[in-house]
Design a protein around this ligand. Structure first.
Ligand SMILES: Nc1ncnc2c1ncn2[C@@H]1O[C@H](COP(=O)(O)OP(=O)(O)OP(=O)(O)O)[C@@H](O)[C@H]1O
Length: 291
């Protein structure tokens, strides 16, 4: 009999996590299932590592992007990696969106066992990421959105903090090396995306496919309120990357340096500091979903 581990964060999103376990077990009827509830930061990584060690066939990550990020960090370094299913319970759920996994519990559960994709995983310094790394004063303030704010306001909380940051329009100087090409930029926001879902929006990194083997970089060149307002409308219209204030590039390896002490927003949570060394692990983990 095949073996599966369900890793669930009982505090994710609106805390509806544990109620979907029975449904999930029905979908996984032909698996011997172990359920692991996370208690704190780092648990999902440890459980996922254990699933590799035991050579399980499937790991289902139930939670927000933070839980997916932690679970993938447990799998990425291992030689044997189980297939992955995702049941998104967070506010943004970028990884699920990028893989066309339905955002409702029933739909997401029904996907497990269907089509799957071998997805790229990003490496940033000593850790791994699945979606996006954001650097600059904008993500700095968006990173201050509390869980309570997120639960109550959802993406509105991000929009509010982002607007506040835009009014402060503080820019930083960044030195960037992309596959050996070097350039410097004065910027409010630098994004390194792996997928076409960034902060719940599919129109920023619209050309990034989950398995194209590239890191997709975007530098927002100026920080004026007008620039930000204009870019917001361009994001809505799907023409963000063509704007003269946006420098879009892609690479297999990148190094980004800038003022020390700036924290990075990695898959939605603040962690790591500059300098940031990026690389890509192409088609590294098989996930139930579609490209
Ligand atoms: N039992 C727990 N109690 C408190 N925090 C936990 C627990 N288990 C895991 N965590 C932490 O909660 C963090 C956030 O979890 P997750 O992203 O799944 O939910 P979320 O914050 O509701 O989602 P989103 O960020 O999309 O709104 C995880 O990165 C993890 O470190």
């Amino acid at each position: 009999m095949e073996k599966a581990m369900i890793i669930i964060n009982p505090t994710s999103g609106k805390e509806q996590g544990t109620s979907c376990i029975e449904q999930l077990k029905k979908q996984l009827a032909h698996y011997e299932v172990t359920v692991c509830e996370t208690q704190k930061e780092g648990d999902a990584t440890d459980f996922a590592k254990e699933a590799c060690k035991q050579q399980l066939d499937l790991v289902v990550l139930v939670g927000g992007d933070g839980t997916v990020h932690e679970g993938i960090n447990g799998l990425a370094e291992q030689t044997y990696r189980p297939k992955v299913g995702v049941v998104p319970l967070g506010t943004v759920n970028d990884f699920a969106r990028a893989l066309s996994i339905p955002l409702d519990v029933e739909g997401a559960i029904a996907c497990i066992g269907g089509p799957s994709v071998e997805v790229d995983i990003g490496k940033l310094n000593g850790r791994y990421f699945t979606n996006v790394v954001a650097i600059g004063s904008l993500p700095d303030s968006v990173g201050n959105v509390s869980s309570e704010q997120k639960s109550m306001l959802g993406s509105l909380a991000y929009a509010w903090e982002g607007t506040k940051a835009a009014f402060q329009h503080e820019t930083y100087s960044f030195d960037i090396d992309a596959d050996g090409q070097q350039f410097s930029e004065e910027s409010l926001l630098v994004l390194v995306a792996l997928t076409n879902s960034v902060g719940g929006m599919s129109t920023i990194a619209d050309q990034a496919a989950v398995d194209d083997g590239y890191l997709h970089g975007f530098v927002v060149r100026s920080g004026s309120v007008l620039t930000i307002a204009k870019l917001m409308t361009k994001i809505a219209a799907g023409t963000f990357r063509d704007d003269k204030d946006v420098h879009a590039f892609r690479a297999h390896q990148m190094t980004i340096n800038g003022p020390s002490g700036i924290q990075l927003n990695v898959d939605g949570d603040m962690m790591e500091h500059l300098p940031a060394h990026f690389s890509i692990l192409p088609k590294h983990i098989t996930v139930y979903g579609k490209r």
